[in-house]
Write a protein that binds this ligand. Sequence first.
Ligand code: C5P
Length: 232
Amino acid sequence: PRYFALIPAAGVGARMVADGPKQYMSLGGKPMLRHALDAFLASEKISHVFVAVSAGDRQIDAVAPSHGVTVLRCGGATRMESIRNALVVMASAVLDTDWVLVHDAARPGLDRMLIEKLIAEVGVHPVGGLLALPVVDTVKRAGADSAVFAVATTISRDALWLAQTPQMFRYRLLRDALDAATTAVDSGAITDDASAVEAFGHAPMLVEGHPRNLKVTLPRDIRIAEMYLAAP
Ligand code: C5P
């Protein structure tokens, strides 16, 4: 089987006070999205990279290299919808048994080593898997009263992981799981590709990622991301 990358980049970045969509924000000298693109292009394991942007996107052509990358103007109202639309278009190029690595444009710290670690560990797994970080902090669940936060319980951090991307699944399984997720009663609980696959009855593999692969969500994340990008 081959390995394809899919980067959903059709978000508006509502939590980031920026001039435009955060995937185009300049970070460490280049647009945020370009970092993830370059990481995938640097790996010989990756056959091709697909990027999903919104139909009205005016910036992608200046950011995506013409070689090795296909831009799909098929963004939807949600991340999941953008990915589902992209998978439909990709059907002409990808086989059911090929792997798709879905990676958020908002994680510019991805590098070739992390991509190839994920592929090496998950490539032999029947379902697929994701990069994730073991939780190091003690975890509290707050009580129902949201006016005053108070601890209701402490949750054992022993078996807890924080999900990152890429998340890697066989094309057909991912597509079927996301189709099922859209019609699920609790579709709001499905916040990443792995959770759709889990709701579909499978157990994705956890592969230890790296803090450098953080998701840039809030303005305070920018300096941390730039610190990792500056380090070799
Ligand atoms: O906003 P958030 O950081 O959760 O977005 C995760 C990823 O999903 C980003 O790369 C964003 O561009 C993408 N996205 C999308 N289509 C949407 C919303 C988000 O492709 N409608």
